[in-house]
Design a protein around this ligand. Structure first.
Ligand code: J2J
Length: 554
């Protein structure tokens, strides 16, 4: 067993297998099945390039063989930073096929994040794009290799591959299967009970937590979601958010759509005009759409210039979709929607297609399986009366039992009997439907992208002028939340947002999406009774201030 992985207890393994949730097929075997079944249908579309299921299968097998030739072996880790492009699918499936575990980093992650993943997981390989926005990923990989000798392989998509990188295109052009038979891959079959993929948690601590998803539970997830949202061979599934995300990869995501025989459109940018153009050109029928995306679409005066009539349903998740926004979806976008509460740790809640209006509007859905156990508890872990708000605890056949290699943190994040503490505050509604009312975890949900407050605070505290700080969410009309830094400087020196962010960007090398978008200098902090900075009060102060400013403008 992979060291650092928390396995499911025997009695649950037995139960989940007996009930048919886990069928002991690897993601690679699932892949072989759906590619064989749908052969000449289009599997992938990206930037006007099309790939059939058969071609996808051939390319993935070829790449798997190359990975073996390069020395990659089952349970080796590969940091995945490829964006929404065809190479993402090739590398992802080629890796999971031979049990190489992709770590689902984001293309926008920078040195602070990637060097942590490299160190913490002892990754052997790093897959990067040759050009992406203003990040030089190949230089980044080179720097990280210097400090992490186990990282030896940089796989590069696109054309401008440096000498120390391995071109994915060149690997794909080399018919290795003529020298080494494809059947060799069978020798590298991973155990379906072992981790297939490392997802990343939004995190509430100084460093991201790694979520090990097994072949069994990941396959169960994307198959069930596909059924719930009604994916078929006729569906055209558009992905505009980063495909690395759990939502875009397996809820139902790339994998669920391919499993259903649909055409998946990998959209290289979430910008409205790029997305609308893709919907129109490819006749997209379904998309995962965090509320921020939907709000941007619905407010875009250019929307009417595009024909988006193919769109049948949008999948709202990642952040709370407020009822007023939900009500506008049908009139403006002309399609239906599903709400879902999702988490990379596993359990998913979905509204169903025939749900009555009040469930659709006001809840984030019900669990997918009878064996998904949910509890709503107070601060002493006692179940609250039905219908009252409390922390949501979850356990089930798709929910992890522990973060990778984090025994101490796991004691806090899971109950002794294995429930994951979501940090979300929820209420039960009509049977097992649930509405998210807030959260107790210390994160900022910026348009469904999660930012750990503590992680950013640690970087801010490293600034020579900073005495103390607190990073909290402030309301944003489109993104839902953005990060605001409250800072007390040493001797009350002046500090600007620009100065702080230059430091965070250039000295601390953190991702741009985590940067504070507002700085409030303070001379003292409100404190709680136990002597901690009162973040609830800070959130109230900044929300009030922003509201007053907005009114002032109006
Ligand atoms: C309120 N909060 C929500 C919702 C997630 C599908 C969809 C989303 C994710 C995801 C995912 C919410 N209303 N509808 O992995 O497969 C917040 C909660 C939750 C956290 C998980 C998927 N949907 N959230 O967003 O791991 O706070 O997964 O605990 O990124 O997002 O974040 P993440």
């Amino acid at each position: 067993m992979l060291e650092g992985f928390v396995p499911y207890p025997e009695e649950f393994v037995k139960r989940y297998k007996e009930k048919g949730y886990w069928i002991d097929k690897t993601l690679g075997e699932e892949f072989d099945e759906f590619t064989a079944k749908h052969k000449d249908r289009i599997a992938l579309a990206c930037n006007g390039e099309y790939v059939t299921y058969k071609e996808l299968s051939e390319r993935v097998n070829r790449l798997s063989l190359h990975f073996i030739a390069l020395g990659l072996r089952p349970y080796d880790r590969l940091i995945m930073q490829l964006p929404n492009e065809l190479e993402f699918a090739y590398v992802y499936f080629a890796a999971v096929k031979i049990g190489v575990i992709p770590i689902m980093a984001l293309p926008v992650h920078r040195e602070a994040e990637i060097s942590f993943f490299a160190q913490f997981t002892e990754a052997k390989a790093h897959a990067v794009p040759s050009s992406f926005k203003d990040i030089d990923h190949q230089a980044l990989s080179r720097e990280i290799k210097k400090k992490n000798p186990h990282l030896t392989i940089t796989l590069v998509s696109g054309d401008n591959v440096a000498k120390d990188g391995i071109s994915i295109k060149e690997l794909l052009n080399d018919k290795i299967e003529e020298r080494i038979p494809v059947t060799t891959l069978n020798e590298y079959r991973p155990d379906p009970m072992e981790p297939a993929v490392f997802q990343l948690s939004g995190g509430t601590t100084g460093v991201p937590k790694i979520i090990p998803r097994t072949h069994n539970d990941y396959a169960l997830t994307f198959k069930k979601v596909s059924e719930i949202v009604g994916l078929t061979e006729e569906s055209v599934f558009g992905i505009a958010i980063p495909v690395n995300h759990n939502f875009a990869l397996s809820s139902p995501g790339l994998q669920g759509a391919l499993y259903s025989g649909a055409k998946v459109v990998l959209i290289p940018s979430p910008r409205n005009e790029v997305v609308f153009e893709n919907i129109q050109r490819e006749r997209i029928t379904m998309m995962p759409t965090p509320p921020a995306l939907l709000l941007r679409w619905m407010e875009d005066p250019e929307l009417s210039k595009y024909d988006i009539s193919s769109l049948k349903s949008v999948l709202a998740g990642g952040a709370r979709l407020v009822a007023e926004a939900a009500k506008r979806i049908k009139p403006i976008l002309g399609c239906d929607y599903h709400q879902n509460l999702g988490m990379s740790e596993g359990m998913l809640f979905w509204t169903r297609r025939d749900d009555p209006e009040d469930l659709l509007l006001n809840t984030q859905g019900a669990p997918m399986f009878d064996d998904d156990e949910i509890r709503i508890v107070d601060e002493n872990d006692r179940d609250v009366p039905y219908g009252e708000a409390g922390e949501l605890l979850v356990r089930g056949p798709t929910t992890i039992r522990g973060y990778y290699n984090s025994p101490e943190y796991n004691k806090k994040a899971f109950t002794p009997d294995g429930f994951y503490r979501t940090g979300d505050v929820a209420k039960m509604y009509r049977g097992r439907y649930l509405s998210v009312e807030g959260r107790i975890k210390d994160t900022i949900n910026r348009g469904a992208e999660k930012i750990s407050a503590e992680e950013v605070e640690n970087h801010i505290l490293a600034h020579p002028k900073v005495e103390n700080c607190a990073f909290v969410a402030m309301p944003d009309r489109i993104l839902g939340e953005k990060g605001c830094a409250f800072v007390l400087t040493k001797n009350n020196q002046p500090l600007t947002l620009e100065e702080l962010n230059n430091f965070l960007k250039n000295e601390r090398n953190i991702s741009i999406f985590k940067l504070p978008e507002r700085l409030e200098l303070v001379t003292s902090f409100p404190m709680t009774e136990v002597g901690k900075i009162d973040k609830k009060e800070l959130r109230r102060i900044i929300a009030e201030k922003i509201e007053a400013e907005t009114k002032g403008e109006g």
